[in-house]
Design a protein around this ligand. Sequence first.
Ligand SMILES: NC(=O)c1ccc[n+]([C@@H]2O[C@H](COP(=O)([O-])OP(=O)(O)OC[C@H]3O[C@@H](n4cnc5c(N)ncnc54)[C@H](OP(=O)(O)O)[C@@H]3O)[C@@H](O)[C@H]2O)c1
Ligand SMILES: [Zn+2]
Ligand SMILES: [Zn+2]
Length: 352
Amino acid sequence: MYNAKAYSAASATSRLASTTIARREPTETDVQIEILFCGICHSDLHQVRNEWSGVMPTVYPCVPGHEIVGRVIKVGAAVSKFKPGDLAGVGCMVDSDGTCPACKAGLEQFCRNSTYTYNFPDKHLGGVTYGGYSDSIVVDQRFVLSVPKNLNLAGAAPLLCAGITTYSPMRHWGVTKGKKVGVVGLGGLGHMGVKFAHALGANVVVFTTSPSKKEDALRLGADEVVISRNADEMKKHTGSFDFILDAVAANHDINAYINMLGIDGNITLVGAPEKPLPVGAFGLIVGRRSLSGSPIGGIPETQEMLDFCGQHNITSDVEIIPIQKVNEAYERMVKSDVRYRFSIDMASLKSE
Ligand SMILES: NC(=O)c1ccc[n+]([C@@H]2O[C@H](COP(=O)([O-])OP(=O)(O)OC[C@H]3O[C@@H](n4cnc5c(N)ncnc54)[C@H](OP(=O)(O)O)[C@@H]3O)[C@@H](O)[C@H]2O)c1
Ligand SMILES: [Zn+2]
Ligand SMILES: [Zn+2]
C-alpha cells in the first residue's frame, strides 16, 4: 500500500477537502496511473451529497471522480496493453467478474458484480473504492482505456463518462444521417450528445432552459435550439423525433418530450434526477413510443468512442480548474453555470 493525495467529502453536507488515501501497490495485472485531469460529473455531486441514498447510499469519506485521464507510471508483470509513459483513461468502472454473459459480451456496465470507480466495495483493500480527485489510481488493465494522442487531455477526461454515456445510447438507437435527434439539457452530458449526434450525421435540436446557451448550442453542432420554457417553440416539434436524449439532472416534465416523439420514437434518460418523474401512459401508447434509460457503456464501446473522438477530434468543452476550486465548481454546476464541463488540473494537488 502507498499513500495518495486526494480530495474527499466527510459527509453529505461537508465541503470537499484535502486528504490522504491508501492505494494498493499494482498487482500483476494492474496499471498505476498518475492522474493529470479529472472531469467533474454531476453524478459526483449527487453522490457527495447523498442524493441517490435510495439506490446507492454514499459511504464517507467519499473521493469522487470517474472521468480520469493520466499517464501510466508502473505496470504489473502480466500487463500487456500498457507500458510506463502511455496515456490512459479510466471511467466509471474499475472491475467486474469477467465471466457473466454481460461481461463476455463486453457489456460490463450490466455485470452484477462490477466495481464502480468510487463508493463501491473495494475488493483489494476493503472499505470503498476512491475515485479520480486524486494524484494517482491503480486499476486492472481490463478497465484502462487508451487515449488517442491527438486529443487535448483536459478535454478528453470527460469522455470517460459524459462521452460514453451519450455515445452508447445513440449507437444503440441507431442515430445516423437523416434521423431527427433531440438533446435535452445542455450540460456536460448534453453538449457531448450534441457533438456525437452531429458527427453521426443527424439533424440535431437542443432543448435548453438557458437562453444564454443558444449560440453555443449552434456552435457545438445543433441545427436548431429550443428554449424549453417557451410553450410555442415546444409545440412546433410535436410527433417529429426519432430519438431524444434526456440529460437533465433535475426534475422536469418528461411528458412534454415523449409527445415530441414520432411513431416508434424513443426517449432515453441518461440524466438521473433525485426524485421519480411522473409519466403519462397515453404519451407512450399513442405512437408506440418508448422510454428507456442507459448507463455509461461497456469497455469495448468506450474504446470505440475514444477512437471515434480521436478520428473526429472531438473533446469536451472544458473550464480547467485547480482542485482547490472544486466546491465552488459544485455550486456553479447546480446553477447550470458551466461551459460545459469542469476539468480538474491535478497538478494543483501537489501543493496540498
Ligand atoms: N446514465 C448514466 O450513466 C449517467 C452518467 C453520467 C451522468 N449521469 C447523470 O446525468 C445528469 C446530467 O449530468 P451532467 O454531468 O451532464 O450535469 P450538468 O452538467 O449539471 O448538466 C445538466 C443540465 O440539465 C439542465 N437542467 C438543470 N436543471 C434543470 C431544471 N431544473 N430543469 C430543466 N433542465 C435543467 C441544464 O441544462 P440547460 O441549462 O441547457 O437547461 C444543465 O446544464 C445527472 O443527473 C447525472 O448524474 C448519468
Ligand atoms: Zn459521470
Ligand atoms: Zn460480469
